[in-house]
Write a protein of this length. Structure first.
Length: 359
């Protein structure tokens, strides 16, 4: 019954879906790309939206949202290689590799251009996708983005150390896993920032029960994080979004990546928009899904899709040479240096208004 509902919903014209259509949990489809099975959701009709989840997560992070966006758009939400229901081989789990994987899956599905919506690691993949394949990206929506600055939760940094695989295997066994779930509930009850995302973090932790999932998780993490923090940044290429409509969404109490990071990216992306969910943690799209849908739909309705121009792209790359050699991207202070003096004060952002545009 669920599969028949899914297929019927996929075939139905979006205009026939009433605004109050019941929320359905879409069933996954599968395609083999480069010899590996990729799981994904596809539904709806209209301009395409590509939803990219974060590390240790799956396309289920978009449950309840895809169904609403599918009323007016084609939505595609894959499980990244090494995650969810997709294969977990010994393979390339780099940000650039994932961006190539998104291009290849979209090509197999016959989709040429998308608005890329990414959460956490997925935001970094979305940004890399726009950088590597600007002709295929119409807009960017970056939710609690990773890859802005070095700062990240200490547990993620510790997971890159030697022996982390053995520790992670022990922690994901039954008794410690139960203890971890209790700890998360206590942190939520205590009103801590990390506790705001207790349900989501418990789901991510449970997804690492198998050895292959843990290996893929660590391989993915170590491509962009070491003991000192995140090793890659999007700030040195933010100038390339000058003609790419970009929306940044952040949580005011994000404990995974600093809440200042979306503000930093907003300041570096010409014409970008910033929406801060003041009471949210690392999953603002879960904390207030109605607002998230409204914000993204407004962004889609009030911006024109980017059009790729090879000469303009070349000129942008040439004009960005100063940044590549230590310009504004390096001049920005790290988030850790902004703890006493807020990022908003440093960057001239009015904290009384949670919505702003990039400089």
């Amino acid at each position: 019954m669920v599969q028949r509902d899914f297929e019927a919903y996929h075939r139905a014209p979006s205009a026939e879906l009433p605004p109050t259509a019941p929320i359905r949990r879409f069933e996954p489809r599968f395609r083999v790309v480069h010899g590996y099975r990729r799981a994904y959701i596809r539904a709806g009709r209209g301009p395409a939206l590509l939803f990219i989840h974060g590390i240790g997560d799956s396309f289920r992070t978009w449950d309840g949202l895809l169904e609403r966006f599918a009323r007016h758009h084609t939505v595609v939400a894959p499980d990244l290689l090494g995650h969810g229901l997709s294969d977990k081989p010994r393979a390339d789990y780099s940000i650039a590799g994932y961006a190539c994987g998104m291009r290849d899956l979209l090509s197999v599905l016959g989709i040429d251009r998308v608005t890329a919506v990414g959460h956490s690691l997925g935001a970094g993949v979305a940004m890399q996708f726009a950088y590597q394949f600007p002709e295929r990206c119409e807009r960017l929506v970056l939710v609690a983005p990773g890859g802005v600055g070095p700062d990240i939760h200490p547990l993620l940094k510790a997971s890159t150390l030697p022996g982390a695989a053995l520790v992670l295997a022990a922690l994901t066994s039954a008794p410690p896993r139960t203890l971890g779930q209790v700890t998360l509930r206590l942190l939520r009850a205590a009103g801590t920032d990390i506790g705001r995302d207790a349900d989501d973090l418990r789901h991510m932790f449970n997804s690492l029960a198998s050895a292959e999932a843990r290996r893929a998780f660590l391989r993915t993490l170590r491509t962009s994080v070491d003991w000192h923090g995140q090793t890659i940044t999007m700030l040195d290429r933010c100038y390339l979004t000058e003609f790419m409509p970009t929306l940044l969404v952040g949580g005011g109490h994000d404990a995974v990546v600093p809440p200042e990071h979306p503000r930093l990216a907003n300041a570096m992306m010409p014409g970008s928009r910033l929406e801060v969910f003041a009471q949210a943690g690392h999953f603002p799209h879960h904390s207030d899904p109605d607002r998230f849908v409204a914000v993204v739909e407004d962004f889609l309705a009030t911006t024109e899709p980017a059009s790729y121009n090879a000469r303009r792209w070349r000129d942008l790359l040439r004009s960005g040479a100063d940044l590549a050699h230590g310009g504004a991207a390096r001049a920005l202070p790290s988030a850790s240096g902004l703890r006493g003096e807020t990022a908003a004060a440093v960057l001239g952002v009015d904290e009384d208004h949670v919505t702003s545009s990039g400089v």
